[in-house]
Write a protein that binds this ligand. Structure first.
Ligand code: SF4
Ligand code: SF4
Length: 71
């Protein structure tokens, strides 16, 4: 499945679907409710609402999320 990429005007989010386990820590902790879990994979369906807090990157235990605002 490899890496999927989503873009808004502000940010780019990449999720490595080989690493993502779909347990939803990202979805549960994102203050903007950017993520939904679909078929056990994180999908940043509301990427336009992202406030660039980097919580999703920090909480993902698999290191599956790459976010353009979070180095
Ligand atoms: S926290 Fe990481 S592994 Fe878990 S659903 Fe989100 S992206 Fe996937
Ligand atoms: S950076 Fe913050 S607001 Fe943006 S998707 Fe991640 S947790 Fe949500």
């Amino acid at each position: 499945m490899a890496v999927k990429t989503w873009q808004s005007d502000m940010v780019t989010i990449k999720v490595d679907y080989d690493k993502c386990k779909g347990h939803g820590d990202c979805a549960d902790s994102c203050p903007a409710e950017v993520y939904e879990i679909d078929n056990d994979k994180a999908v940043p369906v509301n990427i336009n609402d992202c406030v660039e807090c980097c919580t999703c990157v920090e909480v993902c235990p698999e290191g599956a999320i790459d976010h353009s605002a979070c180095e």
